[in-house]
Design a protein around this ligand. Structure first.
Ligand code: FES
Length: 142
């Protein structure tokens, strides 16, 4: 499937879901949020040294699916990533992005080792081995 030339990515108006592997984490990314901001809001730890300033490259990830749903590379990405994709011998350098600079217009699948749920996340429900949904927040357990 080919893409029309000079296609512009429109800002997302609704939340999209990004699957992050390994771990099969599904992270909802809201309009106006970068991927790393969405991950942090959802209670995930995402590798970083500069906390979203676009200066460390620790947040870099590989886009496995959904390339057409990505914002264009920012100047920070161009500067920080340069030809990183080529140096890592990836088939398509477009797949290497900084999560702190990445906005999405549709669903995508990302590979980023090291993404994990933080211990202080208070999920409202959990699934038991029997498949039942049970409350997990502190208020419900009292
Ligand atoms: S968090 Fe440092 S470059 Fe993205």
């Amino acid at each position: 499937m080919s893409r029309p030339p000079n296609r512009r990515v429109q800002p997302a108006t609704a939340a999209v879901v990004v699957r992050v592997d390994p771990g099969e984490h599904d992270i909802e990314v809201r309009a106006g949020e970068s991927l790393i901001e969405a991950a942090w809001r959802a209670g995930y730890q995402w590798p970083t040294l500069c906390y979203g300033m676009g200066t460390c490259t620790a947040c870099q990830c590989e886009v496995l699916d959904g390339l057409d749903n990505l914002s264009p590379r920012t100047e920070a990405e161009e500067h920080m990533l340069g030809d990183l994709g080529r140096r890592k011998r990836r088939a398509n350098p477009r797949r290497v992005r900084l999560a702190c600079q990445l906005f999405l217009t549709g669903d995508a699948t990302i590979r980023k080792p090291g993404v994990r749920v933080t211990e202080n996340v208070e999920s409202t429900t959990a699934t038991t081995e029997a498949g039942s949904q049970v409350p997990t927040d502190k208020e419900s357990r009292r």
